[in-house]
Every structure is written in structure tokens, then in C-alpha cells.
Write a protein that binds this ligand. Structure first.
Ligand code: SF4
Ligand code: SF4
Length: 470
């Protein structure tokens, strides 16, 4: 029985409810009156239910589809302005006991080199990441209680925060590790993590069980209920995601929105972020082996509809996607992107890396080029990590975000962290363009006092001071 308040995965991701939603959405895909009424509701910027959003995703009426894209762009501007937050993944270990059929780290892959970074190697990776300008990382590790126990992850987080190379610092570590216990989530919270990210991969239980034939991840309920345990352990910023291409995208779309509704209903706070990865080629993985691949147009429509359905949730796109797809996705609601990423273990510090990549990177440009590209398109790259350091997490963050008051922090923080980046890491061309952008954007800060403080702090950054934040 569908019940968003239930703590049982089968109830809050109820298969029957998803199937009825898809039928209803399909039956109404050209119902102009209904779609217009849903869009009118969406204009209020308070979000939509999974049922309403599923109708928008199905909509076949061209002028209403245009309205969907336009609204997604407007909502993105209202909540996030022109800022794009930057991050990089850091792979700690590719040892894994699971059997996920779409990932080259699956336990049966005997030819991929296995590696686990030592604390010294992690420090070298972090130095390399700091030296290109990153301040925010997402750490990744396979599930392996022997090689990657929670103690290893906690020690690694400590190492990452301790490295200070030149003016560099990692100020926010987001964590993407397997579903675990409340106790372990509590320990991660105490270690000072930002967001806990766990991709559901697919919300279709039957497919999930087939795609995860062996290992602890086979337990669909334990995996799907992980965010509830994370929140019980005190982590109030959690990041959802599905791997598009495994199952029917419509099913995943309804499922991820139902998961968001569940978190909101039970914990009073929805997901901090939603990621939208697509299956990619990798060591022994061929994306064509999966029947449900989605084309770029469908992918972009999914992004636009998620943006409209959960306006206050950050949306992340990685370097799995090409420059051109990322460019279009930015206009439709993406608020966070990775840049200059390596998806192999030890990939940042070492030139002659063994091929331990989790997936092929489509956008291989260095960070400086990504930053310049954003500036050229009128986006402000932001290296801001202020919120969790100022205690703005969970419902506190969401309240500020929903009322759009967070904007008073985001733009000033974006400009100050961009200034740090330009001085410490940018090429002369990027620096010139970035400085011109900062000069323009400062003028748009609405509050006179805040504008003055930002001007003053940018002067101090030029003199060598770092890490100002609102
Ligand atoms: S997706 Fe994660 S759990 Fe599955 S094989 Fe890859 S690293 Fe292991
Ligand atoms: S102020 Fe908070 S919401 Fe805004 S960019 Fe910084 S960390 Fe993100």
C-alpha cells in the first residue's frame, strides 16, 4: 500500500502507485487543460507531486513542452541565479564485494587492477586537487568490509581535511559510500561530512534484484531505506540519484520523486541534491547491453521536469556527460557540476595511471577550461562550501532555500570564492574574464551593506587573506 510516511521501502516506493502514475500520465499526455493547470501550479515555485510531474514528462503538446523548458529555466534562475557550484570526485578504493552488473568494480571482474589509496596517497591526491583549485570533493569507494571498512573512510576524511597545500583547502567532503548502519552514519556526521550521497540505481525492485545479483547491495530494502538511517544518524543533507538506462526512465522519475516526498513527509526535509547519471562505457561494461538507454532530448526533459517538481533541491551533473549536453542541462536546472575529474583510483596525482576508471569521462577538459567556459556563458562558477560550515543544513537550509533567502549568501560567497580561484589557480585568460564577471556581478548584490562587505573582502583576498563566507 502506498504510504509516503511508512518506513518500509515497499510502501513509500510502491510499485502499484508507480504503475498507476505512469498509466495516468500516459492517458493525459495530450490533455491540454490538465497540463496547463499543472503548469499553473508549478509557476508558484512550490513543487509538484510525482503524479503531476509525470504528466509533464509525458506531455506531447509542443507549445506546452516549450513552457516546461522555459519554466525550468526561470525556476533555476529564481533559486540559484547564474551560479554553478564546482566539485570533483575522489576515488579512494575500487575494492568491492558487490556484483552490480553495470559497474566495472563488480567483484567478479578479475582483470581490473584493484587499488586502495594509503593515507599518504590520499594526501597526494588532495594536494593535486587543491593545486587545480578544488574546495569541495565527493569521495567514492566500493563496498568491502575488509578493505574499505568505515574506519578507513573516517581516517581518509580526516586526512583530506588536514591537507593544506599553498592556499588550498578542501572545505567540504561529500561522501558516496554503500548503505550502512545508523551508527556508521553518526560517525560520518561527526567526521564533518557535507552531503551523504547514495544512488538508488533503480527503484524497480524486480530489476534491482537482477542488477545486483550478489553482495550486500542485493538487499533492496536495506539500500532503499538507507537515507532514513542516515537521517536518524544525524546527517540531514542527503543526495539521491538513479542510474538512467537501467530501467524505464519514467519509472525511475516517479520513483525518485516519491523518495523525495517520503523524506519530506517523514523528516520534514527533502533531498539536498539529486544526481542524474546515465550508464556509460567502462572496463567490461557496454552501455548497449542495457535496453533502456535514453537519448539526449529525453534526458534533458527529465532534468527540466525534476527542476520544476523539486525547485529547492540542487541538481548535479558529472563529466559522464559531454560538454554539449552539460551546456544544455545547465539552462534547465543543473546547479552543481564536476570539472577536471578523474574517475580512477589515484588519478589526480599520478601520470601513468593503471586503468581503474569506474566509467569513461566524456568531458575531459581541465578545470580552468570548464571555469572559463561557464564564465563565457554568463554563469558564475562558485567554490562555495559555506552552508554546512555555518550550520545551515537540513530543515534550516531548506527553509532558507524555499523562501529564496539563501540567495543573500550564495552570490557573495560565489564571488569571493571565485576571486580566490582566479588569484591562486586560473590562467591569465580565465582570470581576466573572471575579474570582469566579478566586477559586474558585485553590482547586482541587492543589499548595500552586503555589497560593501563583499568589495572590502575581495580587496583583502587580493592582499592574501582567504576563506571569507556569509
Ligand atoms: S556500483 Fe558501487 S557497489 Fe556496485 S560494483 Fe560498483 S563500486 Fe561496487
Ligand atoms: S551559500 Fe550555501 S547554498 Fe549557497 S552556494 Fe554556498 S553552500 Fe551552496
Amino acid at each position: 500500500m502506498y504510504d509516503p510516511r511508512s518506513m518500509a521501502a515497499d510502501d513509500f516506493i510502491d510499485d502499484g502507485e508507480i504503475r498507476e502514475t505512469l498509466e495516468w500520465a500516459s492517458a493525459n499526455k495530450d490533455n491540454r487543460a490538465l497540463i496547463e493547470s499543472i503548469l499553473d501550479k508549478a509557476e508558484l515555485r512550490k513543487g509538484l507531486s510525482h503524479r503531476e510531474a509525470s504528466v509533464l514528462l509525458e506531455c506531447t503538446i509542443p507549445d506546452l513542452n516549450e513552457r516546461i523548458y522555459k519554466l525550468a529555466n526561470e525556476i533555476k534562475n529564481d533559486f540559484y541565479g547564474n551560479r554553478i557550484v564546482m566539485f570533483a570526485p575522489l576515488y579512494l578504493s575500487n575494492y568491492c564485494v558487490n556484483g552490480c552488473v553495470y559497474c566495472p568494480y563488480h567483484a567478479k571482474n578479475k582483470h581490473i587492477p584493484r587499488r586502495k589509496l594509503t593515507q599518504g596517497e590520499i594526501a597526494a591526491e588532495v594536494e593535486a586537487l587543491q593545486d587545480i583549485g578544488h574546495k569541495r570533493l565527493a569521495i567514492e569507494a566500493g563496498e568491502d568490509p575488509v578493505n574499505n571498512p568505515i574506519e578507513y573512510i573516517l581516517e581518509s576524511i580526516k586526512t583530506i581535511y588536514s591537507v593544506k597545500h599553498r592556499n588550498g583547502a578542501i572545505r567540504r567532503v561529500n561522501v558516496n559510500i554503500a548503505a550502512t548502519t545508523v551508527e556508521n552514519y553518526r560517525a560520518l556526521k561527526e567526521a564533518g561530512i557535507g552531503t551523504y550521497i547514495l544512488f538508488q540505481e533503480t527503484y524497480n525492485k524486480e530489476s534491482y534484484l537482477k542488477l545486483h545479483p550478489t553482495g550486500p547491495k542485493h538487499d533492496y530494502d536495506y539500500h532503499t531505506e538507507a537515507m532514513d538511517r542516515a537521517m536518524e544518524g544525524g546527517i540531514d543533507d542527503v543526495g539521491l540519484g538513479v542510474l538512467f538506462g537501467l530501467e524505464l526512465y519514467r519509472y525511475e522519475f516517479a520513483g525518485i520523486l516519491m523518495h523525495a516526498e517520503h523524506l519530506e513527509a517523514v523528516h520534514g526535509v527533502g533531498p539536498h541534491t539529486i544526481s542524474v547519471p546515465r550508464v556509460k562505457r567502462a572496463d567490461d561494461i557496454n552501455p548497449d547491453d542495457f535496453d533502456n538507454g535514453i537519448d539526449d532530448e529525453t534526458f534533458l526533459k527529465i532534468i527540466a521536469c525534476i527542476r520544476i517538481a523539486v525547485p529547492y533541491t540542487g541538481m548535479i551533473i558529472s563529466t559522464r556527460e559531454s560538454k554539449s549536453v552539460r551546456e544544455r542541462a545547465l539552462h534547465l536546472g543543473i546547479s552543481q557540476i564536476s570539472g577536471g575529474s578523474k574517475t580512477s583510483v589515484g588519478g589526480y596525482a599520478e601520470d601513468e595511471e593503471e586503468d581503474t576508471s569506474q566509467f569513461e569521462v566524456s568531458d575531459q577538459r581541465p578545470l580552468d577550461e570548464v571555469v572559463r567556459w561557464l564564465i563565457d556563458m554568463g554563469y558564475t562558477p562558485s567554490f562555495c562550501t559555506a552552508c554546512y560550515r555555518e550550520g545551515r543544513t537540513g530543515d534550516r537550509f531548506m527553509a532558507l532555500c524555499k523562501s529564496q533567502q539563501i540567495q543573500n549568501c550564495c552570490l557573495p560567497n560565489a564571488l569571493m570564492t571565485l576571486k580566490e580561484y582566479l588569484i591562486d589557480y586560473a590562467s591569465p585568460e580565465t582570470k581576466e574574464k573572471g575579474d570582469a564577471m566579478i566586477a559586474r556581478e558585485i553590482e547586482t548584490i541587492p543589499n548595500d551593506k552586503v555589497r560593501e562587505i563583499v568589495r572590502e573582502r575581495i580587496g583583502l583576498i587580493e592582499k592574501g587573506e582567504r576563506d571569507f563566507r556569509f
